[in-house]
Design a protein around this ligand. Structure first.
Ligand code: ADP
Ligand code: MG
Length: 690
């Protein structure tokens, strides 16, 4: 019997109902069991009318004092009821004559609805109700009433009927429901069994404390959350495990790296040296490295990427460095090409915007193995691009790429059982628990130190109404030989509008500041134009660069020491931090002006955080508190984090516990681990070929 047939064994389920259930992603009895209530109603006790507060959903009972029809803008029936402790008004907009007659003075009534505040006191609008003899003394529910996600044609009552049958069978062990948490774990964590937890969650007994329950603090919920987090963590660990079973070239740094470091005008920070040592240790193994390097904006990640690339080149392999935006990729290419010229290493540029002939040539070089280091955008990972001997993949600013892209990249450069090493770099500091949950397949290194001599960027928050003042400030800065960014932000979704705004602003500033050399860069300009502008700015030929958020990541012009961000209130903390990171890179004191039109409470808090701290980790922690984990990892990141009931922020403490159990499980009970992954992520198949 297939799972689908098993659903048909419930009364009330036919082919039509199967379709409706499918809309709720329910295709099996077990899916239905894991279809959890959104919230609960308490119909287990009758509440005295005198004890009610607005917003509560309650069961009450009383006697009708008076029913009357009111003719206002709409005709309505009003019934006043009382129970000796207080009174409440029932309001009906749709009613029959019969209803009006039934609600006669002296009649007993029991109602269920949300209590609302009205001009005259408390009221219920269209309550469910029973009258007189319909009210049975033991008619109150014996459990809290679950409210489920439902769909067209399958409403609460229908859903509850299905659940009641299902839970009866579960209680009698007529349904197969594997307990996947090992006995010692259940005992150690004092958790209920899966069966107990599900029965409890679907039918919480009368004395369940509703608030604990709804905030998922109840052990029954904790048990499910634990299992879900465990399953997700296991799926990432398993992915890692499978990768580790593959072979990778053994790489070693040598002469190139030594010469490169010697030629640098500075010495590496301790943090850079430590992180590079961690990478070296990985790539000396015949297994693919999977390492994430986190380092705050300006901590010097590029050097690390280049060092790693050189170790590939040293052993005759190719390395590829990929950046998420044209501008950043372009900048990497220029830096790296200049550095590599001294070492006689061939660097190839590839982006989606190259002309066909140049593109062809770049791809030929890469395929022929002439290219030693390829730099570019995600164009590097299109199918037509074939590497001759790819040894290392570096993905810069990975927060702009999704998890699936990351997985796809691993496949690139695979030959037989051989995979390239992978180094992922991000300036988005991710709080530990989040990182454990989202990147459990990676090893993590942190560059926790900035190069010496960096001065913190002074940040000021100024209303748009003082724009003239700000323009004067820009003027002064330019006259003093400083360089300035003016960032135009607009509603994110419309790149066109954003570019238009930047064009307008550039024109206005150009007019207002005729002696300042102003230029414009935005995403709709041709690559060559953008490149020319960025180079001119870098060389100091331009004083004031008006830009859209295309300069958000990676752009590095140390002489720029003033940044104006328009509409700063519309940006998230992570984005503001990235943008601000474009200044404060040289030895001058830098200033960032956050300009706003209108501040909501949240926006005020965000800008306040920016003013208070420049520590990326602190900003990320505050961001997590303000916006939650989904936002921080970015929507594209959620692929591996589609959690059904767990909440990475609320359940942080459990994430820590999960890690310990997961490792034991992977060692001692692999079948169980796989069953957990399958139950909660359904992704066992997805990763099977990795
Ligand atoms: P990010 O981590 O944001 O990518 P970059 O790699 O762009 O940072 O480095 C920022 C700037 O700091 C660059 O100008 C780089 O040359 C410089 N830099 C990197 N490492 C050091 C160091 N150890 N000492 C001084 N400057 C450094
Ligand atoms: Mg960078």
């Amino acid at each position: 019997m297939t799972e689908e047939n098993a659903l048909l064994s419930l009364r009330g389920i036919g082919p039509r109902m199967l379709e409706r259930l499918a809309k709720l992603n329910i295709a099996s009895l077990s899916d239905l069991l894991f279809h959890l209530p959104l919230r609960y109603q308490d119909r287990t006790r009758v509440r005295p009318l005198g004890s009610l507060r607005p917003g509560e959903e309650v069961l009450v009972e009383g006697t009708v004092d008076l029913s009357e029809i009111k003719f206002g803008r709409r005709r309505m029936l009003l019934s006043h009821i009382s129970d000796g402790t207080g009174s409440i008004l029932l309001r009906f907009f749709h009613f029959s004559n019969q209803q009006k007659q039934q609600l006669a003075p002296g009649v007993r009534i029991r109602c269920f609805a949300e209590v609302r505040r009205s001009a005259a006191g408390l009221e219920m609008v269209h309550p469910e109700y029973q009258l007189g003899s319909e009210i049975s003394e033991n008619g109150v529910s014996k459990t809290l009433t679950p409210i489920y996600p439902v769909t067209e044609g399958l409403h609460q009552i229908g859903m509850r009927k299905l659940m009641t049958q299902l839970l009866e069978r579960l209680a009698q062990d007529e349904i197969e429901l594997a307990e996947l948490l090992p006995e010692p774990v259940l005992t150690e964590k004092q958790m209920p069994t899966l069966k107990q937890a599900l029965l409890f969650i679907h039918q919480p007994p009368v004395d369940t404390k509703l608030s604990d329950f709804q905030q998922a603090r109840h052990p029954a919920y904790q048990r499910l959350i634990f299992e879900e987090l465990l399953a997700h963590y296991l799926s990432l660990r398993q992915l890692r495990h499978r990768m580790q079973a593959h072979a990778a070239p053994v790489l070693e740094s040598g002469d190139y790296a030594r010469r490169f470091v010697e030629a640098l005008p500075f010495t590496l920070t301790d943090a850079q040296q430590r992180v590079y040592a961690e990478i070296e240790k990985d790539i000396q193994q015949p297994r693919p490295m999977q390492r994430l390097v986190q380092g705050d904006v300006g901590s010097g990640k590029t050097i690390i990427a280049v060092l790693a690339a050189l170790s590939a080149v040293e052993q005759g392999y190719q390395a590829v460095i990929m950046a998420p935006t044209e501008i950043l990729a372009e900048q990497h290419f220029h830096n790296i090409e200049a550095w590599m010229a001294a070492l006689d290493i061939r660097v190839t540029w590839l982006s989606g915007k190259l002309k066909a002939a140049q593109r062809r040539q770049a791809m030929d070089e890469i395929a022929a193995g002439v290219t030693q280091i390829a730099v570019g955008t995600h164009a590097l990972f299109q199918n037509e691009v074939c590497f001759a001997r790819l040894g290392l993949v570096v993905v810069d600013e990975q927060h702009r790429f999704g998890v699936h892209q990351r997985l796809a990249l691993r496949e690139k450069g695979r030959s037989g059982n051989h995979y390239p090493h992978q180094l992922i770099m991000t300036a988005t500091p991710i709080p530990r628990t989040l990182s454990m949950a989202a990147y459990a397949d990676l090893d993590v290194s942190v560059i926790d130190e900035l190069p010496p001599g960096r001065k913190p960027v002074e940040t000021v928050v100024i209303p748009e109404s003082r724009r003239d003042e700000i323009v004067q400030r820009v003027h002064r800065a330019c006259r003093e030989g400083k360089q300035v960014y003016w960032v135009c932000t607009l509603i994110e979704e419309s790149e066109a509008l954003q570019c238009q705004a930047a064009e307008d602003t550039a024109q206005q500033l150009n007019q207002a500041l005729s002696d300042v050399k102003t230029a414009l860069v935005h995403g709709r300009m041709k690559s060559v134009e953008k490149e020319a502008v960025m180079q001119a700015f870098k060389q100091g030929e331009i004083d004031l660069l008006v830009a859209t958020t295309v300069i958000e990541v990676g752009v590095d012009v140390p002489n720029a020491s003033l940044m104006i961000i328009e509409n700063a209130e519309r940006l998230g903390l992570a984005q503001l931090h990235q943008l601000r990171g474009r200044v404060g890179r040289g030895d001058q004191a830098s200033v960032c002006v956050l300009m706003y039109k209108k501040l909501s409470q949240q926006a005020r808090e965000r800008l306040g955080v920016m003013r208070e701290t420049s520590d990326g980790f602190e900003i990320a922690r505050r961001d997590l508190a303000l916006r939650g984990p989904g936002e921080i990892l970015g929507t594209r990141q959620t692929g591996l984090l589609q959690l059904k009931i767990a909440d990475l922020q609320r359940d942080q403490l459990l994430v820590e516990e999960v890690a310990g159990v997961a490792d034991r499980l992977l060692e001692n009970n692999r079948a169980c681990a796989e069953a957990l992954i399958e139950r909660w992520t359904g992704s066992a198949a997805r990763f099977a070929d990795v």
